[in-house]
Design a binder for this molecule. Structure first.
Ligand SMILES: Cc1ncc(C[n+]2csc(CCOP(=O)(O)OP(=O)(O)O)c2C)c(N)n1
Length: 125
């Protein structure tokens, strides 16, 4: 649960099953460049649109993205297990990821900013 105060607004928080919040966060930032935009997303959802980090870097779109890096498509496990049923096979192939350092990826793509400077910019306590 994230409590929003002041002029903060959640544009996507009520959706429970969604893996595409990264680009909307970039769009929100373009529409309101003076306001902080924070996106919370799973690693699976983030992988769908990882290439947009290049757009963010090239166009100077500065959002904050918090990636829940659980190395898994957790929300899809129910469906995957139902699809496999009692059949044999390695169902982990459908849902597990490697341990990727997203901060390193962001750094390599030119969009990493230190946590302390982000907090300063957002003026969070
Ligand atoms: C474009 C698109 N394709 C597929 C889905 C279906 N979908 C919903 S949640 C999800 C995976 C979520 O996994 P992850 O982002 O790693 O979060 P977790 O469930 O592990 O917290 C997918 C593929 C979707 N929401 N959007």
């Amino acid at each position: 649960m994230v409590y929003l105060t002041n002029q903060a607004r959640a544009i996507s928080a009520p959706r429970a099953l969604w893996a595409g919040d990264f680009q909307p966060s970039m769009g929100a930032k373009c529409g309101a460049p003076d306001r902080p935009v924070i996106c919370f997303i799973g690693d699976g959802g983030f992988y769908y649109h990882l290439s947009e980090l290049e757009t963010a870097s090239r166009c100077g779109i500065k959002t904050v993205t918090v990636v829940n890096n659980n190395q898994c498509l957790q929300q899809c496990l129910g469906g995957i297990n139902r699809a496999y049923g009692d059949r044999p096979g390695n169902r982990d192939e459908q849902s597990k990821f490697q341990d990727i350092n997203f901060a390193q990826v962001a750094q390599d793509m030119g969009v990493l900013e230190s946590v302390s400077s982000v907090l300063k910019r957002l003026r969070l306590p």
